[in-house]
Design a protein around this ligand. Structure first.
Ligand code: CP
Length: 322
């Protein structure tokens, strides 16, 4: 598979493309578990992070992934940049590209911003989360984590619970989970669902307690207050009472069910503090797998030569000469 940019899960062309990334991730997981977790696959390449919104996981994960592939990294922070002097997104992207970068990882509060950047620069562009729109690498690491815990996604019942309306993670996850054969149910009060779900391959429930026992995966979302422009709930306490994954609710999950969250969590709101640390919770696994998934994505975008998708043996061999 060859892709120029990763702006949306759809850029991977469906289940086969997603599976290609997950298989490649297997090789990079093996690399990340080595005592020296580094291969020279992207030596000579430069990856820039262009983050207009806060991030802990995605930003550090991409930078770690690039370094483990021996790429050089450049990091941009709006707070200390010339954006503060009025420089536009286009001029900022062109300025960074002029310094010689091969990939730009973009996070922005406006949906579509990474698509605009991709139209302006020749470098590969990765969408690291744009407004309410998409967060494709989050969906890939979520698929990888579910596959790791449960063997695959085909036939699974996945409940995405919470503020779907403002969630780019939910949009990418619905596309990826359903492409891989899972049945997805959105569980939320009507005010936290998008105004139209036309074309979404999902079921909807407003009652977590009814659907919970049938869930293989419960995927919790936080209230994305930074994207809310109006009061959508009577109180946060009422939301927690009806939709929070309490200890009592977690005990009603089937054996083997997995609890997930993209982070950052608001413990005590969408998830009880102790539930986030149960063995069923795969939240730290998601973060861990994120590095290998992003290595796979950067490798697909920037790796060269006839061996586009390396075998684990080849990566290990390369690690020996890094
Ligand atoms: N999941 C996620 O995107 O987390 P960050 O906002 O910390 O990057």
């Amino acid at each position: 598979m060859t892709i120029a940019d990763l702006l949306s899960i759809d850029d991977l062309g469906g289940a086969d493309g997603i599976e290609d990334v997950l298989r490649l991730t297997d090789s990079f997981v093996e690399v990340t578990e080595r005592s020296i977790p580094r291969v020279p696959a992207l030596r000579g390449k430069t990856v820039a992070s262009l983050f207009y919104e806060d991030s802990t996981r995605t930003r550090m994960s991409f930078e770690t992934a690039a370094k483990r592939l021996s790429a050089d990294t450049m990091s941009f922070s709006v707070a200390s940049s010339s954006v503060k002097k009025g420089e536009s997104l286009r001029d900022t992207a062109l300025t960074i590209e002029a310094m010689g970068v091969d990939a730009i990882v973009v996070r922005h509060s406006s949906s579509g911003a990474p698509h605009r950047v991709a139209g302006w620069v020749d470098a590969a562009v990765v969408n690291a989360g744009d407004g309410w729109h998409e967060h494709p690498t989050q969906a890939l690491l979520d698929c990888y984590t579910i596959r790791q815990r449960l063997g695959g996604l085909g036939g699974l019942h996945i409940m995405i619970v919470g503020d779907v309306k403002h969630s780019r993670v939910a949009r990418s996850d619905v596309a990826a989970f359903s492409a891989l054969g899972a049945e997805v149910t959105l569980v939320a009060p009507p005010t936290l669902l998008p105004p139209s779900l036309e074309g979404w391959p999902v079921r909807v429930s407003h009652d977590l307690d009814t659907v919970l026992p049938g869930a293989d995966v419960v995927y919790l979302l936080r209230m994305q207050q930074e994207r809310m422009t109006e009061a959508l709930l009577p109180t946060l306490r009422e939301y927690t009472t009806r939709y929070g994954l309490s200890r009592r609710r977690a005990e009603r999950l089937g054996a083997g069910a997995v609890v997930m969250h993209p982070g950052p969590m608001n413990r005590g709101v969408e998830i009880a503090p102790e539930v986030a640390d149960l063995p069923q919770a795969a939240i730290i696994d998601q973060v861990r797998n994120g590095v290998a998934v992003r290595m796979a994505v950067l490798y697909l975008l920037l790796g060269s030569g006839p061996e586009k998708v390396p075998t684990a043996e080849r990566l290990v061999e390369q690690a020996g000469v890094a």
